[in-house]
Design a protein around this ligand. Structure first.
Ligand SMILES: [Zn+2]
Length: 114
């Protein structure tokens, strides 16, 4: 089923990635997303059909919203920041660069002088 493939190949890695960037436990968020998705998948098989389809994507969207706006609330960068380690630009809600450098470490790192 394409929908399940999309969920595990695209959505789960996206949640794991965003959780890592947000500096929260990615296992927790991935587990929550999978648990809800599978639950509504089963309800779909039991005959809830379209309602279950809608609910599982609402659930996944909800996990993303919690991750984005409730997890680590209050902690955010003052704006877009550039990682001193890999030079990648991160948005203000990203607290940890993909290379592992945290925002705190980035702002306290000495500027490279040309
Ligand atoms: Zn980096």
């Amino acid at each position: 089923m394409l929908e399940i493939a999309v969920f595990f190949v695209m959505v789960v890695p996206a949640i794991a990635l965003r959780a890592r960037q947000r500096g929260v436990n990615k296992v927790l968020y991935v587990a929550a997303a999978i648990a809800g998705f599978v639950l509504f998948l089963i309800l779909g098989l039991l005959g809830l059909g379209f309602i279950a389809l809608a609910l599982r994507w609402v659930w996944v969207g909800g996990v993303f919203l919690v991750l984005e706006f409730l997890a680590n609330r209050g902690r955010k960068a003052s704006g877009t920041w550039q990682c001193p380690n890999c030079q990648m630009f991160n948005d203000l809600r990203t607290l940890k660069c993909l290379c592992g450098t945290s925002y705190e470490a980035a702002v306290t790192a000495p500027e490279d002088s040309p």
